[in-house]
Design a protein around this ligand. Structure first.
Ligand SMILES: NC(=O)c1ccc[n+]([C@@H]2O[C@H](COP(=O)([O-])OP(=O)(O)OC[C@H]3O[C@@H](n4cnc5c(N)ncnc54)[C@H](OP(=O)(O)O)[C@@H]3O)[C@@H](O)[C@H]2O)c1
Length: 266
């Protein structure tokens, strides 16, 4: 895949962690003139900071930020963000490729066992943040960029395909989210729509710090601690470089789950 094209790029959870690094590194590779970069997250100051870093590297890009709480977001919010980011002077058909990176995510309450997570109010909010909002945004993205070659990326995880103690909320929602994107891939033919479920490996971000602090299973806490202390936990830069290699080599089939360590597909 040639990333150097006139691109519309939208990244959720771009204020920090993996999403921020993805946005920065992809922004350096797309064609500067005429491309649009959209950064979503909740923290306005962190989004401003991410935007400033991107513009410092690439002042010709058009970068927009939108602070939105995904736990309550509605279809109309995503529709307005997409429309506002295009502005009156740009039409979706002006882009050679539209990319959406569904990266924002939360790990849920890791202090609870699977038999203890029955609070429907919490589940509602957790699934809204991690699943319903990603689906709603994706549907608006597909509608607005109909006819434009699209790359749809879901930040997946090993936890979407393997059960992990302490992670009942996370495994459940990530597995459902990956299945949505796999169905999308079966319905929308490549190359028009190319879908990738990318599992980034274990990364040193606030999410893994939270798991290490709160997981009820001591073996899980020990595993995270061991990886952090031995520095085998990956950095956001390492996983982003691998992600870009995966895209450039493009050996995966649309809808595939590709892990950081999955060398055949990378
Ligand atoms: N870290 C890992 O080891 C790992 C492994 C496998 C998969 N992943 C996946 O990679 C993705 C990014 O993880 P990360 O480790 O970079 O996480 P992180 O550092 O905790 O960052 C999460 C991002 O999501 C945004 N976000 C969280 N809750 C939100 C909400 N309610 N509304 C809007 N935005 C919200 C945050 O924005 P604000 O800060 O502005 O609120 C932030 O930008 C997630 O989907 C995660 O499941 C991570």
């Amino acid at each position: 895949m040639d990333l150097k094209q006139k691109t519309y790029l939208l990244v959720t959870g771009a204020s920090r962690g993996i999403g921020r690094e993805f946005a920065q590194q992809l922004s350096q590779r797309i064609q500067a003139l005429g491309s649009v970069v959209v950064l979503m997250g909740r923290s306005q100051p962190l989004l401003e900071e991410a935007k400033a870093t991107i513009l410092k590297q690439n002042p010709d890009l058009s970068v927009h930020i939108f602070a939105l709480e995904l736990g309550t977001a509605k279809t109309e919010d995503f529709s307005s963000i997409l429309q506002d980011s295009l502005q009156a002077k740009v039409s979706p058909g002006d882009f050679e490729r539209a990319i959406v990176i569904h990266n924002a995510g939360t790990v849920g309450d890791t202090s609870k066992r699977a038999r203890e997570i029955g609070d429907t109010e919490y589940l509602q909010q957790f699934f809204h943040t991690n699943l319903f909002s990603a689906i709603a945004l994706n549907c608006e993205f597909m509608r607005i960029f109909a006819g434009v070659p699209k790359l749809v990326v879901n930040l997946s995880t090993l936890a979407a395909i393997a059960p992990i103690s302490s992670m009942a909320h996370y495994c459940t929602v990530k597995s459902a989210r990956e299945m949505y994107f796999r169905v999308l891939a079966t319905e929308e033919p490549a190359p028009g729509t190319l879908v990738l479920n990318y599992a980034p490996g274990m990364i040193d971000t606030q999410m893994t710090v939270q798991v290490q602090r709160e997981a009820h299973d001591p073996a899980v806490v020990a595993m995270f601690r061991e990886q952090r202390e031995s520095k085998t936990m990956l950095t956001t830069a390492q996983t982003t470089e691998r992600f870009i290699q995966v895209l450039e080599a493009q050996r995966f089939q649309s809808g595939d789950h590709v892990d950081y360590r999955d060398h055949e597909k990378a």
